[in-house]
Structure formats: C-alpha cells, structure tokens
Design a protein around this ligand. Structure first.
Ligand SMILES: CC(C)(COP(=O)(O)OP(=O)(O)OC[C@H]1O[C@@H](n2cnc3c(N)ncnc32)[C@H](O)[C@@H]1OP(=O)(O)O)[C@@H](O)C(=O)NCCC(=O)NCCS
Length: 153
C-alpha cells in the first residue's frame, strides 16, 4: 500500500450528475446509521474514520444515495490532515461513476480548506487513482502513517 500525492490546483470542480444518485454531505443526526452501514460493509475501522468526519463543520464526508438508500461514502481530512479516504461503493453499484464523483467532491472540499495537494493514504486501487487524477505515488510511503494492528484480548 502506497500513498499518492494529488495536485488540487488543477482540479476540474464541475459536479457531475449520475442517473438516480444524489451525492451530499451527511447531516449530524444521520451519523449513527451511516457509521453502522460503513462498518458493516467496509469494516469497523472505516466506520470509526467516517465518524471522525463529523468533528468538522461542514462535515468532511459525502454519501451517495439511491433514493433513501445509501450506496457509497467518502471521507477527507480524517486519518490525517489533507488526506482523502476511506471511500467505498456497494459492489452492486460500482462502475457507474459514483466512486469518482465522491472522490472529486472530497478533493474540492480539501481544496476549499486551503490545501494545494491531497494525499490518498494507503491507496488500494492505485491504478484507478493514477488514471483519473493528476497524481503520483509518493516514494518511501509504504507502510505510511498506519501502525500495526492493535490486539485486544
Ligand atoms: C474504489 C471504488 C470506491 C470505486 O468506486 P466506483 O463507483 O466503482 O468507481 P467509478 O465507477 O467512478 O470508477 C470505476 C473505474 O475505476 C476502475 N477501478 C476500480 N477499482 C479499480 C482497481 N482496483 N484497479 C484499477 N481500476 C479500478 C474501474 O475499472 C472503472 O474504470 P472505467 O471507468 O475505465 O470503467 C470501489 O471500487 C470500492 O468501493 N472499492 C472497495 C473499497 C476501496 O478499495 N476503496 C478505496 C480505498 S483507498
């Protein structure tokens, strides 16, 4: 897993419409069910990071909704300042542009906070990010900021 550096100053800010999908920031009163959904679909750690996005105003996360049903999420400025992630889209909804739109809106959010560059920490699908962004892998960034797993007996 490597970190990726993303230029924000050349970002295309135009939001894209995706058929049947609404993308917006969650409201504070929606935190509980959304956190449980992220934890159930993508693991407890990502649920905890998603919860941290509610420390800020505006909230530093987005959700993608099909009607009232959540199908994806993305967070930024959570694990470390200037970081994008975690993010995830339901398997049944992948390949429709939802993940990319969640990513772009989050990067715009980081730019509005004053960052010139963002970091995608421990990027999973590196090829995907390098393909769609003005971005570069950061040499020596693996394992990055994440320490080894804690064991609780
Ligand atoms: C990464 C993720 C959020 C993308 O969501 P999505 O809604 O499918 O994304 P989009 O539809 O906007 O874009 C999909 C594109 O990315 C490509 N892509 C997705 N995962 C990829 C991977 N692991 N490697 C290379 N390309 C990948 C798809 O092939 C597709 O390309 P195309 O537009 O040329 O067809 C989704 O695959 C996901 O939830 N993955 C599991 C969680 C994860 O890895 N999160 C990222 C952690 S940093």
């Amino acid at each position: 897993m490597t970190d990726i550096l993303v230029s924000l100053y050349k970002l295309d800010e135009t939001p894209k419409e995706i058929d049947g999908i609404a993308i917006r920031r969650p409201m504070p009163h929606e935190k509980g069910p959304l956190k449980r959904w992220v934890a159930a679909k993508f693991g407890e750690g990502w649920g905890d990071e998603f919860e941290c996005s509610f420390k800020a105003h505006p909230v530093t996360s987005f959700v993608a909704l099909r009607g009232s049903r959540v199908v994806g999420f993305a967070c930024y400025d959570v694990a470390s300042k200037g970081f994008f992630g975690p993010t995830g889209v339901l398997e049944s909804e992948r390949g429709k542009g939802i993940g990319t739109e969640l990513l772009f809106r989050s990067l715009v959010g980081l730019r509005e906070l004053g960052y010139a560059y963002a970091v995608i920490g421990g990027a999973g699908p590196v090829e995907y990010y390098l393909k769609i962004l003005d971005a570069f892998p950061i040499p020596g960034s693996s394992p990055g900021i994440y320490p080894g797993k804690i064991t609780v007996d």
